[in-house]
Design a protein around this ligand. Structure first.
Ligand SMILES: Cc1ncc(C[n+]2csc(CCOP(=O)(O)OP(=O)(O)O)c2C)c(N)n1
Ligand SMILES: [Mg+2]
Length: 474
């Protein structure tokens, strides 16, 4: 069933040690009030402090020997409540610490089983044939794009690449459930959201080659896509940067009463940054329409999830901050679509942040600068690429419905391969942005140090021309 975890447990259920009432309502007097005279007075002072902290129960000390029988209250602790700022809190007579982990892990919402069959008693948003086929073909396009651009990097044609292998359903199904006017604050493993919104294969190639058609004017590393037209804020290398930005933008949507939300994507590693925590708390307190979409793929480069956190994943953190949350099968496109669809509705109609934790697996290397077989077993990677592959599962479902065939598959794959190879060749031929672009667009009048740096760079390029690309206009 599609159920978001209730984010606000009644605050009165919390265990609150009884003696703290006395600490709050009747704090011990400062020692300076007693410190004027003899040691007897000091001892009385300490006694009063303890009396205050322990709620009138005298300790067995020389000074408390007179009165060692407690006058017990006839009220049960549960009849008593602390009227605390933020909500009433019930008392308990037992000094019980909350458990560090719940006995059962938070269940994971799914619609399709591993064989692409809908599970019994499933609850999901119905999708049309047209939408299902569009989702599947976009997932395939993303997969082919990864294969071909990855190869281009291996051939030395681009400097860097990073695949989305294993996370195609997260990319495409979440994008499909959003509106194009929702602002996206991505990490870097979500190019499928841009693809869904109409960023062309040529646009991807131009960014990767850093030519003069690139929206970022070649200033960014490959993969750092951004598009104002598609409400897709440029990728930042610094992990976690985008999370508070999405909250700030959601706050402005709220102030301007827009019928839209923001969505920020991040990995399990992203959830280990301070920015994540600050953003979650700020979003909850300001009640802003933001979807926090965490792709928990088990790894932050070579750091496994168990070295990052001891909680039941990321989903439980929503409750800690007062944010409705759901855990979803990240390799089940239908489950992701339904969860994001519902989260978007809640975010906008109820003006609330929502947290989604999608469980998946980074089935490729972290990037072309990484070899993940050095730190994780190959059969683990193979298992996720095979049985758990999100494309296979969704394909089985649309084939069973009679919406897809082998012929359609091979026709689509070969068409995309051809388009990609044309896009790469075209991107390679386009000249690079001029040197002056490195120094523009920050200040309306360039500062003195920038002007000096530009002069220095031009002089250096003239002197060592053989070390600089000849296709960069001076
Ligand atoms: C603040 C910061 N710390 C470290 C890095 C180096 N770094 C780049 S990606 C990455 C791992 C992020 O993992 P995760 O958020 O799980 O995303 P995934 O790569 O698994 O999709 C790290 C540590 C960085 N870019 N920024
Ligand atoms: Mg990760």
């Amino acid at each position: 069933m599609l159920r978001f975890i209730n984010h606000t447990s009644s605050i009165t259920n919390l265990q609150f040690p009884r003696h703290l009432l006395h600490t709050i309502s009747s704090p011990p007097l400062p020692v300076s009030n007693y410190a004027t005279s003899s040691s007897i007075n000091l001892s009385n002072a300490f006694s009063r402090c303890f009396e205050s902290v322990y709620g009138g129960r005298r300790l067995h000390t020389a000074t408390s020997a007179r009165n060692d029988v407690d006058q017990l209250s006839t009220e049960t602790p549960l009849q008593q409540e602390l009227d605390f700022p933020g909500g009433r809190v019930k008392f308990t007579a037992k000094p019980v610490f909350t458990s560090s982990s719940s006995e059962e892990r938070t269940p994971c919402y799914r619609v399709l089983n591993d064989n692409g069959q809908p599970i019994v008693d499933g609850d999901s948003v119905k999708i049309s044939k047209e939408l299902a086929v569009k989702m599947y073909t976009n997932m395939v396009t993303l997969q082919v794009m990864d294969t071909i651009f990855y190869e281009a990097q291996r051939q030395g044609r681009i400097s860097f690449y990073l695949t989305t292998i294993g996370e195609e359903a997260i990319n495409i199904a979440s994008a499909a459930a959003l509106n194009d006017n929702d602002f996206v604050f991505p990490q870097y493993r979500e190019p499928g959201v841009l693809l869904w919104r109409g960023f062309a294969l040529q646009d991807f190639a131009d960014q990767l080659f850093g030519n003069k058609n690139d929206n970022g004017k070649g200033r960014q590393m490959p993969i750092h896509y951004g598009s104002r037209k598609h409400n897709y804020v440029t990728v930042s290398s610094t992990v976690g940067t985008q999370i508070p930005q999405a909250v700030g933008a959601a706050y402005s949507l709220k102030m301007e009463k827009h019928d839209a939300c923001t969505v920020t994507y991040f990995g399990d590693g992203g959830s280990s940054t301070g920015d994540f925590h600050a953003a979650m708390n700020f979003a909850a307190v300001m009640e802003v329409p933001v979807i926090f979409f965490c792709r928990n793929n088990g790894w932050a480069i070579s750091t496994p999830i168990n070295d990052q956190l001891r909680s039941d994943g990321i989903v439980v953190r929503g409750k800690a901050y007062g944010i409705p949350s759901i855990r979803v099968d990240g390799n089940d496109a239908l489950a992701i679509y339904s969860a994001v669809h519902k989260a978007r509705k809640m975010a906008i109609e109820e003006q609330t942040p929502v947290l989604i934790e999608a469980l998946t697996y980074r089935a490729g290397h972290h990037s072309t600068s990484d070899d993940s077989t050095k730190y994780r077993p190959v059969d683990e990677i193979e298992r996720w690429r095979g049985d758990q592959n999100p494309l296979n599962r969704f394909r089985k479902w649309i084939e069973t419905k009679g919406w897809w065939s082998d012929e359609a598959e091979s026709e689509h794959r070969s068409r995309i391969r051809k388009q990609l190879s044309q896009a790469i060749q075209a991107a390679e031929r386009v000249e690079k942005p001029p040197i002056s672009d490195i120094f523009s667009d920050v200040y309306d009048v360039p500062s003195k140090n920038l002007t000096e740096q530009e002069t220095f760079l031009r002089r250096t390029i003239h002197k060592h021309a053989q070390d600089y690309p000849s296709n960069v206009p001076m």
